[in-house]
Design a protein around this ligand. Structure first.
Ligand code: SAM
Length: 480
């Protein structure tokens, strides 16, 4: 074990040391709402992967054999799996356990491991996902599109000053940290952190947690997680917040997973006795990375206040009238029903949000942002699926994300052979007998994206980077 300072607090030192010396097995999480686990397992097994389900959390599989990176499979490209450390899949369960939150805030969300999981576990809830980093927000956006998360709205915002005014049923703080728990993947975390960096991190973590406590409604839940062992970033942070907030209590987590208790003392510094109920999951416990996890309940009654505010039709930053937005939605619906052949029943219970360049299709039922003061400090960056995008001078086209999510519900499909897909993805038009207009493009009956037929030839509308990775996922090598 690399950190002698943890020797006195780590009960199974040798087992932990041995686990840290081995590479961690890769694990994936499935999305049963999208495709049943047995189908995902069958499809990956057919390509030589061997998957072993974990006893807990559900829908997490260890890749016992990975003939090539799972991130390069079609199943990953289509968003049926998310590569996530098994231990990290405990976090979303800690948010939803013994609670039925209707509106959840993920305060440090990118690139989206926990957001996609929360959205899957809470299909009827609205998940608000925030992060400060533009670059990481882009990764979050692409993961949310790939896995078709219709109940997630994303915001660029600093979690320390996240707008108040709309209480959440649950808030997750998956805090930036020194990531010591990633030692099996990244030996750089072995370097001793300079004191000043540790102090800066713990100040940031404390500010995020303090904001989360102000953002949760009475009776609601705050979950604080890091992937580090350092007590300065874990118990010490929660201790200071607990001492200032007698209305908070640590709640016991009841997962059937081995773990160590939270610390009530480190290097002579005592911590709040309730912190014994926090969880420390060391690498040997789940043969994974490390995790610190604690669930706090804010005292007080009352149920969710979430029902009041519904999402607007017009994106808050768009300079558009409601009438113009409605016209664009009507056009989009006509295109979906008349051109792509989607039955109107499939568009029920969905909401639209119209932005300058995009039309978003989503299932967010409530809208905390309507209670926030307008400010440059926060910006709505996405809401559900980016369903239509403006091209050139204004023509609106269905995106591949939308068509892929609709899948079989699109009647107007053009089925192509692998060799035709190869030409298509290399930028060539492929002859077809389909009439002109937008279509879904499929391979062996599975819809992979949107296409446009003109004069007896079809082209794909898949973004260039996605087309390149699709070519790789389909093992196409011929046409170039
Ligand atoms: C541990 S990562 C989150 C991982 C993510 N929850 C997941 O499961 O994929 C911490 C995140 O906090 C973000 N972050 C750092 N400072 C922040 C702040 N002041 N407010 C909000 N997010 C912040 C980072 O950009 C980073 O994406």
């Amino acid at each position: 074990m690399p950190w002698p300072r943890y020797r006195g607090v780590l009960p199974e030192w040798e087992a932990c040391e041995a686990a840290c010396g081995r590479p961690a097995p890769k694990t994936v999480r499935t999305f049963p709402s999208r495709l049943p686990d047995e189908v995902v397992v069958r499809r990956l097994s057919a390509q030589g992967f061997v998957l072993e389900p974990l006893p807990f959390p559900p829908h997490v599989y260890r890749l016992v054999r990975e003939p090539f990176p799972v991130g390069k499979t079609l199943e990953h490209w289509l968003g049926y799996v998310y590569v996530q450390e098994s231990v990290m899949a405990l976090v979303a369960h800690a948010v939803v356990e013994r609670a039925e939150p209707k509106v959840v805030l993920d305060l440090c969300a990118a690139p989206g491991g926990k957001t996609t999981h929360l959205s899957e576990l809470l299909p009827g809830a609205t998940v608000v996902a925030a992060d400060t980093s533009q670059r990481r927000l882009r990764a979050l956006g692409s993961n949310l599109q790939r896995t078709a998360r219709l109940n997630v709205a994303t915001f660029r915002a600093d979690g320390r000053t996240f707008p108040l005014g709309a209480p959440f049923d649950a808030v997750l703080v998956d805090a930036p940290c020194s990531a010591e728990g990633n030692v099996r993947d990244d030996p750089r975390v072995l370097r001793d952190l300079p004191e000043a960096t540790r102090r800066r991190l713990s100040r940031l973590q404390e500010a995020l947690l303090r904001r989360a406590v102000r953002l949760v409604r009475p009776g609601g839940v705050v979950v604080y997680a890091t992937c580090t062992f350092a007590p300065e970033e874990n118990e010490a942070v929660v201790d200071r917040v607990l001492c200032d907030h007698p209305e908070l209590a640590v709640e016991l987590l009841r997962f059937p997973v081995p773990h160590a208790d939270g610390l009530v003392e480190f290097s002579g510094q005592p911590f709040h006795p309730q912190l014994r109920q926090a969880w420390r999951v060391y690498p040997h416990h789940m043969d994974s990375g490390g995790l610190f996890l604690v669930r706090l309940r804010r005292a007080g009654g009352g149920g969710s206040e979430a029902a009041a505010d519904v999402p607007p039709l017009v994106h808050p930053a768009a300079r558009l009238s409601e009438a113009e937005a409605s016209r664009r939605v009507d056009r989009a619906v006509r295109l979906l029903t008349d051109e792509l052949g989607v039955a109107p029943v499939h568009l029920q219970k969905l909401r639209w949000m119209v932005a300058s360049r995009h039309l978003w299709l989503h299932r967010c039922e409530v809208w905390p942002a309507s209670r926030w003061k307008p400010s440059r400090a926060w910006e709505l960056t996405g809401c559900g699926l980016r369903a239509f995008a403006r091209w050139g001078r204004g023509e609106e086209r269905p995106t591949s994300w939308l068509v892929q999510w609709l899948g079989d519900r699109v009647r107007n499909r053009v089925e192509l052979e692998p060799e035709q897909w190869d030409r298509l993805l290399c930028g060539q038009a492929v002859p077809t007998s389909a009439p002109s207009g937008f279509v879904a493009l499929s391979l062996r009956g599975e819809v992979l994206g949107a296409g446009l037929v003109r004069a007896g030839r079809v082209r794909h509308l898949i973004p260039a980077d996605r087309a390149a990775s699709l070519r790789e996922a389909l093992h196409l090598t011929g046409a170039r």
